[in-house]
Design a protein around this ligand. Structure first.
Ligand code: FES
Ligand SMILES: [Fe+2]
Length: 411
């Protein structure tokens, strides 16, 4: 596992008193940038990527309000499987219970509130357990969240362990991805992402896909630095000039019309590759293409962003899904993954293919990590000021418009 070490952070999520000097000016600058026509767009002010107050706003208005993708169901295929995740200070566990149901449970013990699986504890971040045991006083729970036992509680009057269970957060499985929201009023995902599904994602049928690779990165940059990098193909020219640019040239990319819930960009293959695919009908991929796709779909890759952080980079034969969570104003936790169709895993040469594709994925992700960390350096400099954007960065401007809408909503 490759890990980038973030700079030390003393930030705490809202609840602490934090001076708010300057935040209104920052909000006004984002709203102003977002209101420019796309041809006049420019990057955001540095405070958007460094300010604790701006992260407070995002935590309240985005991460505690919206649907956040945490896992793919193929990561928890068996009863007892779990995956540990922290969403802006909320310790969570994605589990598959004995009843086969996937839930998002709180890791806060119902006794005196200890995190049941603290970072660096004895259990790995992902695994299979019949019982979750609180290390503090040994209260225990099953993977459905129900209490199994609590020692020496016979004198606690009226204590009925059958009434005790871990808090369950509102969750949904959409296209095979497990989403959570802390907002009871958030519209269901089938409604929120109906157009994203109908017009774009349905043909991959990602609920059937298998997650075959994941890698965690502790990143020393703001979560939006990564998101913006992910959503624009302009950087293929520089950062990925040896890896992606030779077959996915930045020049041909284009963005679909604005939607309040998502953005999407076409990344057509190099023109001669497109011609070969059209004339042979062969996808020319190393792995097996998703069966719902047709020849035209073989001619391009895509990047999708379901707001705020559902990030997909798709090819005909694989989907890279990112789990992105802020951990501070200048740090984030990123898990990069790759999903394939089960037919790929049945191939005789699968082990070899897997090794080769993971190596390629790590290589281009390292290129992204390098430029993102260096961009965060720029955000700390007194010399930085917003710069003009290329038409190949239109999704950045669209995301500014999403942020501006959230700023206006809270005003
Ligand atoms: S806090 Fe968990 S058993 Fe006491
Ligand atoms: Fe990239």
């Amino acid at each position: 596992m490759t890990t980038l070490t973030p700079p030390p952070s003393t930030y705490s999520f809202p609840g602490k008193s934090i001076a708010s000097e300057g935040i209104d000016s920052l909000f006004a600058q984002v709203v102003e940038a977002a209101s420019l026509p796309s041809g006049q767009s420019r990057s955001c002010p540095a405070g958007v990527y460094t300010s604790p107050e701006f992260l407070d706003f995002e935590t309240r208005s985005i991460f505690r309000r919206e649907w956040i993708s945490l896992a793919h169901v193929s990561q928890v295929p068996e009863p007892g499987d779990y995956l540990r995740v922290d969403l802006c200070g909320e310790p969570m566990l994605v589990t598959r219970g004995k009843d086969g149901i996937v839930r998002v449970l709180s890791r806060v013990c119902r006794h005196r509130g200890m995190d049941l699986m603290p970072e660096g504890g004895s259990l790995p971040d992902q695994g299979n357990q019949r019982v979750i045991l609180c290390p503090y006083h040994l209260w225990s729970y099953d993977l459905n969240g129900r209490m199994l036992g609590a020692p020496e509680m016979q004198q606690a009057e009226g204590f009925d362990r059958s009434e005790v269970c871990l808090h369950e957060f509102r969750s949904e499985i959409w296209e095979g991805f497990v989403f959570v929201t802390l907002n009871d009023e958030a519209p269901p995902l089938a409604e929120k992402f109906s157009r994203l599904h109908r017009d774009y994602l349905a043909k991959w049928n990602m609920g059937e896909a298998r997650l075959v690779w994941d890698q965690h990165w502790d990143c020393g940059f703001n979560w939006k630095i990564l998101l913006e990098n992910f959503m624009e193909a302009y950087h293929h020219l520089g950062a990925h000039r040896k890896t992606l640019e030779p077959f996915l040239p930045a020049k041909g990319c284009w963005t679909v019309p604005e939607d309040p819930d998502f953005s999407a960009m076409h990344l057509p293959l190099r023109p001669d590759l497109v011609e070969t695919i059209r004339s042979t009908g062969d996808a020319g991929t190393t792995m097996t293409p998703f069966p719902g796709l047709g020849v035209e779909d073989y001619t391009e890759w895509w990047v999708f962003l379901g707001y705020p952080t559902f990030l997909l980079f798709t090819a005909p034969d694989r989907v890279y899904w990112y789990r992105l969570l802020p951990t501070g104003p200048e740090t984030c936790s990123l898990t990069t993954t790759m999903l394939v169709h089960p037919a790929t895993m049945e191939r005789e040469d699968y082990a070899e293919l897997h090794e080769k594709e993971v190596e390629a994925a790590v290589n281009f992700h390292l290129e992204d990590m390098e430029v993102c960390a260096a961009t965060q350096n720029g955000m700390r400099s007194s010399a930085y000021e917003p710069g003009r954007l290329s038409h190949l960065e239109e999704p950045i401007w669209l995301f500014q418009r999403y942020l501006a809408a959230k700023i206006r909503e809270q005003a």
